[in-house]
Design a protein around this ligand. Structure first.
Ligand SMILES: NC(=O)c1ccc[n+]([C@@H]2O[C@H](COP(=O)([O-])OP(=O)(O)OC[C@H]3O[C@@H](n4cnc5c(N)ncnc54)[C@H](OP(=O)(O)O)[C@@H]3O)[C@@H](O)[C@H]2O)c1
Ligand SMILES: *[C@@H]1O[C@H](CO)[C@@H](O)[C@H](O)[C@H]1NC(C)=O
Length: 376
């Protein structure tokens, strides 16, 4: 049996689903002579770590209890005293994670898995890599930091996986990596990488009002609590940057051109979420309707995409032929078209559900399993 020791940072929707997947895949992993041992879990305040990371693990019953406690809104520290582990807080968290990484990185191995939504984990991840550990991310922020830090983080490319950061479980990063590794140069990537914006733009084709469609998307649970977090485009921009950097572009987030679907006057500093939904959004209806109509007259549809091509990487609205993979998109799927020498006339297209705790966590688990050769 090969042991893969895992430390999970973040136990929100994705982190908890990952723990549940690990538990429900026990017999599948046993058939492959693998066993995943969870040695620690972090939330925003604390680290819960077994007393001896080389010899001990958190058992399944306890992990399920931990998931129940976190979904009920209790902090990890509420579990203190219920087993052979310690709960560390504040400055001790980083120190203890790095201690564990130092110990296991030079012996049996450790996968540090970032399922947080924080930009502050990058330092721990870089150190973990330096100490010989593996890193898996669902969190985009450490990969969209300044280019020098990014290059340090990914320098041991066999030790890091981040498939779920773009298109959730869809094999976007893996496919691009393979095309590049074959020596086939990629000259264009265009993708609809937000389920929310994919849904909104395809519904507009039916002549519905922008404000109606955004409210419907919110009702379906497709948007962030404040839909401006989706409409602003920054989440798509982070994904675009991850892909551009994968192609070798040495650029930073602030160098990307990002088109927001709402103007500054309707921003969070000017009005509340409620005001935006009830009145701000409506002021955008006629502008969007005109754009949709303009596209339609030319046989096109409007899509919110990221385009990486030539020397530009931008994120925003684009008119595309109705009869293209992106033009045919309906609903909340992600679609990405990749053009290279081999995929020139007929691009490599990847399409499917691009969000959700379940598929995202499944992608993270597949990444961990993919690193198994680095464990004893
Ligand atoms: N859900 C999806 O469909 C999806 C798809 C692709 C990628 N992702 C990415 O996956 C990540 C997790 O998403 P989610 O939906 O699970 O988010 P979430 O529900 O907000 O959970 C975030 C978790 O991270 C913890 N956390 C915050 N700061 C931390 C820190 N400095 N160190 C360690 N843990 C910290 C939070 O702690 P508390 O519990 O104390 O608040 C929480 O448990 C995000 O980066 C997201 O962008 C999500
Ligand atoms: C993901 O998990 C969070 C937290 O448990 C939950 O609020 C959300 O509805 C889940 N999302 C999906 C699409 O299941």
């Amino acid at each position: 049996m090969k042991s893969i020791r895992v430390l999970v940072m973040g136990c929100g929707g994705v982190g908890r689903q990952l723990l549940e997947h690990i538990i429900s895949c026990r017999s599948l992993h046993a058939q492959q002579n693998l066993v995943l041992r969870v040695v620690g879990v972090c939330d925003s305040q604390s680290l819960l770590l077994v007393d001896d990371v080389s010899e001990m693990e958190l058992n399944d019953e306890f992990l399920l209890e931990l998931c129940r406690a976190k979904s009920a809104g209790s902090p990890l520290s509420s579990l203190r005293g219920s087993g052979k582990f310690h709960v560390f807080e504040n400055f001790e968290v980083k120190e203890k994670v790095i201690d564990a990484a130092g110990l296991l990185g030079s012996s049996s191995g450790l996968a540090v898995v970032d399922c947080s939504a924080s930009s502050e984990t990058v330092e721990i991840l870089m150190q973990a890599i330096d100490l010989g550990c593996c890193v898996v991310l669902a969190n985009k922020k450490p990969l969209t930091c300044k280019i020098d830090e990014y290059e340090k983080l990914v320098s041991k490319f066999r030790h890091i996986r981040y498939e779920s950061t773009v298109g959730a479980g869809l094999p976007v990063i893996a496919s691009i990596t393979r095309v590049l590794a074959s020596g086939d140069p990629i000259f264009r990537i265009i993708g609809s990488l937000s389920g929310t914006l994919g849904y909104v733009m395809s519904e507009l084709e039916d002549g519905k009002l922008f404000s109606q469609v955004v409210n419907a998307a919110k009702g379906l649970g497709y948007t962030e609590p404040d839909p401006r977090d989706d409409l602003g485009g920054m989440d798509v921009a982070r994904k675009a940057l991850i892909l551009a950097r994968l192609l070798g572009w040495r650029i930073n987030l602030d160098e990307l051109k990002v088109e927001s679907l709402y103007p500054n006057e309707l921003g969070p500093s000017s009005m509340s979420t409620e005001e935006f939904l009830n009145r701000g959004l409506q002021s955008l209806d006629s502008y969007m309707a005109d754009k949709v109509r303009g596209a339609s007259l030319k046989g096109n549809v409007l899509r919110y995409v990221c385009v990486i091509e030539g020397s530009r990487c931008h994120v925003g609205l684009q008119e595309l032929p109705k009869d293209s993979p992106l033009g045919r998109l309906r609903g909340s799927d992600n679609v990405i078209e990749i053009y290279s020498r081999c995929y020139k006339k007929s691009p490599l297209v990847i399409q499917g559900a691009g969000a959700g705790n379940d598929t995202t966590a499944a992608g993270v688990l597949a990444d961990i399993i993919d690193l198994q050769d680095l464990f004893l």
